[in-house]
Write a protein that binds this ligand. Structure first.
Ligand SMILES: [Zn+2]
Length: 163
């Protein structure tokens, strides 16, 4: 139980930290505040709390016997407990879904901001070592990453001038 709570807190903190970076992205993610399932659960919980207060009032005014009151309230509390558990589960599911959406958006942004090749440093090392040895080691276009021949002065794939 405590582990679950710790996990949820961590999740909430992560979402809070990431949120400012993904303002645009979060609009597409499910919103915890307007989730209809969660709202229904909140309503149900409030109804049960209200029913418990009313039972206490009925006990005080003599409309309910102490035995009936005990039985009735025990039943209401059981229901409230299961509603609270459902709220926890729903909140966790929404937080996970929101986090997933943010991670997806992060990956999408990353891909967009990075032109074609993410292995450019490795490529630079490769062509540098090829230059050093002066052999016909593999060469790659710095523009599009296509493999080119040592004799090529222009990339056959994109036409970029090769060094
Ligand atoms: Zn090229």
């Amino acid at each position: 139980m405590w582990l679950l709570i710790a996990f949820l807190l961590l999740l909430a903190a992560t979402v809070a930290i990431l949120a400012p970076f993904f303002r645009a992205a979060t609009s597409a993610a499910p919103d915890v505040d307007v989730d209809p399932t969660l709202l229904a659960l909140y309503n149900r919980r409030d109804q049960l709390y209200q029913a418990i207060r009313e039972a206490k009032f009925d006990l005080d005014t003599g409309k309910l016997s102490p035995e009936d009151y005990e039985r009735h309230v025990a039943n209401l509390k059981r229901q409230a407990a299961s509603v609270l558990k459902a709220i926890d589960r729903r909140q966790a599911a929404l937080a996970t879904a929101e986090l997933d959406a943010q991670v997806e958006e992060m990956v999408r942004q990353e891909r967009k901001s990075r032109p074609a090749f993410s292995a450019q440093p490795a490529m630079a090392t490769l062509s540098a070592s090829a230059g050093a040895t002066g052999t016909s080691a593999a060469r790659y276009c710095p523009q599009c990453g296509a493999r080119v021949q040592a004799k090529d002065r222009f990339c056959p794939a994109c036409g970029a001038r090769l060094l």
